[in-house]
Design a protein. Sequence first.
Lengths: 316, 280
Amino acid sequence: MTQHFLQVEGLAKRFPGPKGKDDLTVFENIHFGIDKGEFVCIIGHSGCGKTTILNVLAGLDEASDGTVIMDGKEIYGPSLDRGVVFQGHALLPWLTTLKNVEFGVRSRWPGWSAQQIEEHSTKYLEMVGLGSALHKKPSELSGGMKQRVGIARAFAIQPKMLLLDEPFGALDALTRGTIQDELLGIVQATHQTVFMITHDVDEAILLADKIMLMSNGPYAKIAEIVEVTMPRDRTRSTIHHDPQYYRIRNHLVDFLVNRSKDFAGAAAAGHDARHPPVVRPGLEGSAEVVPMPAHLQSLSAKDADRPAPLVSKASA
Amino acid sequence: MNAKRPWLAPLLSLVFFAVFVGLWHLGTKQTVGEVIVDPEYAALIGAAAATGGQSAMPGPVDVAVKLWEHISDPFYDRGTNDKGIGIQLGHSIARVLVGFGLAALVAIPLGFVIGMSPLVYKALDPFIQVLKPISPLAWMPLALYTIKDSGISAIFVIFICSLWPMLINTAFGVAAVRKDWLNVARTLEVSRLRTAFQVILPAAAPTIMTGMRISVGIAWLVIVAAEMLVGGTGIGYFVWNEWNNLSIANIISAILFIGLIGMVLDNTLARLGRAVTYKE
Ligand SMILES: Nc1ncnc2c1ncn2[C@@H]1O[C@H](COP(=O)(O)OP(=O)(O)OP(=O)(O)O)[C@@H](O)[C@H]1O
Ligand SMILES: [Mg+2]
């Protein structure tokens, strides 16, 4: 097996069940790899364990089983190598925007002078368009601005890898679009390695190189890995013109609406958790109606009376 | 509602005050004139005392005159039993501040440890539960017996009564710090000491300040009673002494000053509290 920059092997998370009952297995047998400079999104229904996986990668939570290896070293505890953008921005409300970013920068480069720290932090805040809000407290910022500060704080420590937990979940569509563009620009410029959780199919297609589809829990799995085969220089305004876009989108929606349930537990027999199927829906089929890819059809053919779902149903 | 008439509330306060003083004046005026005096009794104890001039309830004018005496010369010192009210208040304030300060030095670090460690919390909880409801004055005899100094005993009593609100609020504030903020510090590899001072302390500061405000309020309540017991100096001793002198006007003056100082202490801590409060 080729060694990826980040290698997740056999990850599992179990919570002790209520007295007398079995343990609750949120997910198990999670294997995946992320290469340097890759942008990977993970999509799945609420409660399937995405945040738990991210927290394990961040070192904030411990898995019940399995290992995570980054850059040849096993992950143990949190580290400045992995920057985290939290779901609820998690800014320190008593500090100004600038001080919030400086808080991390000081920790990353303890030897720096106050001026160096300020210059570096300011640079990253300007990068996310907050140059004019350096001395505002988080309570004086809009939701989108707060999230930008969180992003600047994570980028400013120049981590080897960035972990984002639904960073734009709480934002309105317009603000979300703007920040997505910013993130896209920064990531394209810095070749940052990113692992991101999202509920937004369009967001995933716009930003990601690979989208991991997670089946419903308990016993959630990485059902398949969708490669986004469109050229990397996408923008939000032109991406809709690419016919691949709709094929990928239909494939994702179909998974979320129809197929994500069937992977749980024993129903997933025949699914190789170590090597989840990699699919490129952008390159196959027509844009209007996409039947399930052949290898997956054979998979779900196991429940006999269930016809292969068509995507047009889901996106109607 | 009254945004257009900001003077309305103060005006109403003045009206209430005037009504109160008026009733007080009427109530005290009548009794003085109507007392029927047995001449023999009057001869025995002195006319003024017998007619109630000394011991009867003083009117607002008498109190105002006394108040003015105290304000115009607050710091005179004519021996043990005759000191200016400023000196007495000064002693009380000093005791409160020393006792309260010592309590803060113990309660805040200890509260930090309790708030951060569920184990320490569980281990200390029974002691706190038993010690907290004890009236601070119940410690007084024990303090006098062991310390053998009335002044320090009073400070000890203040220390004990200030301890609990600060301890409990600090522990609560520290334990309730948002997990997200601690996780931020962890992912940024911020040292434990820096996390304590730059994340936990500012996050818990408003709760800690609330505890301090409650403590100083209780301390100011308790100091009067404590000084009545230990005697010597202080506003509590002053009140008790004037009771023995049957000088009701002095007692009322002292009560007013106690209230005013209490208000100043409370406002000061409320202001400090606002300074460390943050909006989320
Ligand atoms: N302390 C706990 N004890 C028991 N079960 C837990 C605990 N913490 C989380 N879980 C369970 O673990 C599962 C995964 O939670 P997680 O937060 O990772 O979901 P998620 O995929 O991020 O969901 P969402 O999309 O809603 O954020 C949930 O079903 C939750 O009920
Ligand atoms: Mg989540």
